[in-house]
Write a protein of this length. Structure first.
Length: 551
């Protein structure tokens, strides 16, 4: 095949360790082991797609079998072995895809083939790609050969799912975790290739490619290939064109959307979102990008422009920095929680588009703080200045956790709906008995049931309860009890599990007491007289006589 007709991902595939980017540590370790003649029985390369797992496996095979040796490995004028390995036609280097050959019979054929020594090279090498796809029986069949193979036999495994490989196999390999390629390195790499291909692509468009590829070289080259084919030879691909080609929208729209949410401008928020949706952006992609913007708003002071992986340009970075200085962290954390919750909700709703609009409405009504610059006399004067200033003053005094609204919404609220803040009366809980009484008075029957039936107390102190683990205890018990204790006492309580065996539950205590009463009653003369008259009688319950009953 003509080299020029190949896709960029194959055309510029590294052929030697010097060609690799972002994996220098791995390359250096492998070269040193080969030079020191301490080659492991098996290599295991793991990492995300497109970072060089199979490529490094082939380079290792070349390094072991190159006719010139590791010190003079072929670069341009390749030897017969290196040429054959590059073309996947070497008789002693077998490359197998475990996704299509997963059974134990395939591995047995492999082991049988391994009994014969190499034909034209020093080592016989098996490269197994996506090795995690092998069945459990296939892995077991491979174990013995993998641990003590012939001196001429080497295994090279590649996988994206390291957790699916049995630990017995991993422990017999020399493992290398390939990292994602840094954005700056990947940017320089595709920029050089763009120049070699005489392509006209702006730096901003290349940065967008780097962002979308998420550290994968193959993805970046595939996107670059697509970009170069999408434009005329005399035309430069700019950022706007690249966003349309890759279905990626301008993040500055999210920043503007965020500002509108804080201002409480519902109509404009929906209008901006629908424009984004009409660009072909899927709701889940929108939510993930919104989470990313929230992250930058929260942590912008500890970040640099380079650390944003080219998501933001200079203008957007500075814009976020300016806006974030006027937003409370509590609001950003609250937004984050609701966004994560909405991401889960998208899997159970039929119309995701409507769900996103309702999500944005919720954020508007959850805004507990707006930028300070928005609260000024000029802005408030537009709608009855005197009434708004009076309302804003009341709101400032009525800061409460239970009500989270922005100033714009509070201004619209009717006088009869305004919240009066009263200091909550504290309930004193000094013992376990007090806790039971409070649950009873507050009609918290579920909590009371758990406390009486499945609660094994180890220690009860002020604002701290220690209990032993009980399988029958409700999973939400600790969370619910902590919430109620805070609500009743206005204090944070710590509820922890202890290895010590706590007291038996109230219910068990009652059962034991009842059992003792029954045993005591059976020894009484009255019970013996009853048995004389009714031999088949059985005592099942005993109730103590109250003072009122003795009268």
């Amino acid at each position: 095949m003509n080299k020029n007709s190949k896709v960029l991902a194959l055309k510029y595939r590294p052929q030697t360790f010097d060609d690799l980017i972002g994996q220098e540590f791995v390359a250096e370790t492998i070269i040193n082991s080969i030079q020191a003649n301490k080659v492991p029985n098996a290599y295991l390369f793991t990492g995300i797609r497109g970072v060089g797992k199979t490529t490094i496996a082939r380079i290792v095979a070349k390094s072991l079998n190159c006719l010139n040796g590791i010190g003079n490995i072929c670069k341009e004028n390749t030897c017969e072995n290196c040429e054959a390995i590059t073309n996947s036609s070497h008789i002693d280097v077998l490359e197998m895809d475990a996704a299509s050959k997963t059974g134990v019979d395939d591995v047995r054929d492999l082991i049988e083939f391994s009994r014969y020594g190499p034909t034209s090279s020093k080592f016989k090498i098996f490269i197994i790609d996506e090795v995690h796809m092998l069945s459990k029986q296939a892995f077991n069949a491979l174990l013995k050969t993998l641990e003590e193979p012939p001196e001429y036999l080497k295994f090279i495994f590649a996988t994206t799912e390291i957790k699916k490989i049995p630990i017995t196999v991993v422990s017999r390999c020399q493992r290398f975790d390939l990292s994602r390629i840094k954005s700056s390195e990947l940017f320089e790499f595709i920029k050089k290739i763009k120049d070699k291909e005489n392509g006209k692509v702006s730096d901003d468009a290349l940065k967008l490619i780097v962002k979308i590829s998420e550290g994968s070289v193959r993805d970046a080259l595939s996107l670059l290939d697509r970009a170069l084919l999408s434009i005329d030879k005399n035309q430069e691909l700019d950022l706007n064109s690249a966003q349309k080609i890759f279905g990626y929208f301008d993040k500055s729209q999210l920043i503007n959307l965020f500002q509108l949410i804080l201002k409480g401008e519902e109509n404009k928020v929906i209008e901006v979102y629908r424009k984004i949706y009409n660009q072909g952006i899927e709701p889940k992609i929108f939510i993930n990008d919104f989470l990313e913007i929230l992250y930058y708003f929260k942590n912008i002071d500890s970040l640099t422009l380079e650390s944003t992986n080219f998501l933001l340009n200079d203008q957007e970075f500075n814009q976020i920095k300016e806006i974030s200085s006027n937003i409370e962290n509590d609001i950003l954390i609250l937004f984050w929680q609701f966004t994560i919750k909405t991401l889960n909700e998208l899997d159970i709703v039929s119309n995701q588009h409507i769900s996103i609009e309702m999500f944005l409405m919720r954020l508007i009504y959850l805004s507990g703080s707006i930028p300070k610059k928005e609260i000024d006399i000029d802005g408030l004067a537009k709608k009855n200045m005197n009434n708004q200033i009076e309302t804003a003053s009341k709101l400032k005094q009525a800061e409460t956790i239970d009500q989270i609204k922005n100033v714009a919404q509070e201004i619209k609220a009717k006088p009869e709906l305004q919240i009066e803040v009263k200091e909550k009366s504290k309930i004193l809980i000094n013992s376990f008995k007090d806790l039971i009484k409070v649950c009873n008075s507050k009609k918290e029957m579920k909590l009371k049931y758990e406390l009486e039936n499945n609660f094994n107390l180890v220690r009860f102190e002020k604002q701290r309860i220690e209990i032993s683990f009980n399988d029958n205890l409700d999973k939400e018990f600790v969370k619910n009890l902590s919430t109620k204790l805070f609500e009743w006492t206005n204090e944070r309580w710590i509820i922890s599990f202890s290895k010590n065996k706590g007291e038996i539950s109230i219910k068990d205590k009652e059962k034991n007491n009842q059992r003792e009463l029954i045993e005591k009653a059976k020894k009484s003369d009255l019970y013996k007289i009853m048995l004389d008259h009714f031999p088949d009688a059985e005592l099942i319950d005993v109730k103590p006589i109250k003072k009122d009953d003795q009268r």
